[in-house]
Design a protein. Sequence first.
Length: 498
Amino acid sequence: MSKAQYVMALDQGTTSSRAILFDREGRVRASASLEFRQHYPRPGWVEHDAEEIWSSQKETAEKVLAQARAQAAEIAAVAITNQRETVVLWERATGKPVYHAIVWQCRRTAEMCDRIRQEGFDRTLRERTGLVTDAYFSGTKIAWLLGNVPDARRRAEGGELAAGTIDTWLIWNLTRGRVHATDVSNASRTLLFNIRTLCWDEEILRYFGIPASLLPEVKASSSVFGETKLFGDGLAIAGVAGDQQASLFGHQCFSRGSTKNTYGTGLFLLMNAGEKIPPSESGLIATVGWQRNGRTTYALEGSAFVAGAAIQWLRDELKLIGSAEETEAVARSVPDSGGIYFVPAFVGLGAPHWDAYARGTIVGLTRGTSRAHLVRAAIEAMAFQTRELIEAMSTDSGNRPDALRVDGGAARNDFLCQFQADILGIPVERPATTETTALGAAYLGGLATGFWENEDELGQQRRLARRFEPQMNEARREELYAGWHRAVARAKGWARGL
Ligand code: ADP
């Protein structure tokens, strides 16, 4: 048996870079985290300094190795999971970025997306990439960089530049520029990747004026990407996936129909769709989950923009609560929401509504409405939004999950988990480890390097902290959900002035 005892996962998120050492049982043995700066050069624009992303990530890796007193020989693999869609453009010769990283949240290409829709190319994009035409995805961000950074287009065409999502940027730095690669799950978020052929799509690249030589080689998520010598002896870089796909893998959603939900600032619901590209009529996104052992697993994805952010709003703007944790006790202090609904459509509504003009709405207020009712309604809204996404997924996939696996900051709230089970009528499962995303990347890396044998071995490690069984009767469940629909109808189109 090899000396390897750990897999190191690098979890490069939107606000912090983290590194975690997992042992053979999938337990966290060391972890380190560093925040980095957010740059908002104009309203709606969001950037990161790519060099700061790399230096913070490298430092966390060094920290966890020191914490565990681990030698390089004890690390079976370095795995990577990352904020998705964010892009970096850099000089091949020096490895220096030519501009800040443009972050997934950045809206600078919203007008470019309007033009694409006017030209009708959004249909081609949808068909080939599984995505909707939105500034969120990487393709238009790369096109913007080539069109706006002085000399970038000429230099890109001359092969002097390289582009990539954050996984690619980390791999480049870990290998000191020897490897320019990404994995299929990250590639599938760029709007440039054909999820049928699993190649960069030439026609799309032509449309955006992006030279193919700028883009990384695309590899299986669970495979060896290269070697890093930055931490002593050579370490295999193996296991790469975008954060939400890594979380799906970390929850062990290996079978078709199994589903996870992450309750953070927003909601991210992903369902394993099996080995065929799932059609979506309900405004969901088809994406690559992962590729392993020559097989590609697809996923259906739906998200709500505002989930835990509504709790932050109650805390920071309305000052109704002192902390997010407090919401649990406050919600429990009343038997129900007193008939009120809170639709947190602060920035419009995503799937399945796609209404950019919807706005936040609270309906059903009476003289008896209290702070506790409002807090409770904000938590219940996360569960209702999740049910809408689950319904859309069930329609599109023909599969209804038999349980929902959950993670993210707000999943710590027992009241939310119970109410979610009640509103869905299926159990909600919360794993013992809260590091599902990093664990998913570690699994992909550990499987690629033989640290773990197969999914069955991982299955033996799965530990639930708690399973919430539905307790509400069907009539009540449907009555509450019908009320949510009526509330959403009132939130829609508000900013259009109708
Ligand atoms: P992100 O990764 O999007 O930054 P996290 O997964 O860290 O988010 O979750 C943070 C979000 O969860 C915040 O919006 C916060 O309001 C919410 N949150 C955290 N704890 C709770 C709780 N106990 N109950 C309800 N919401 C919570």
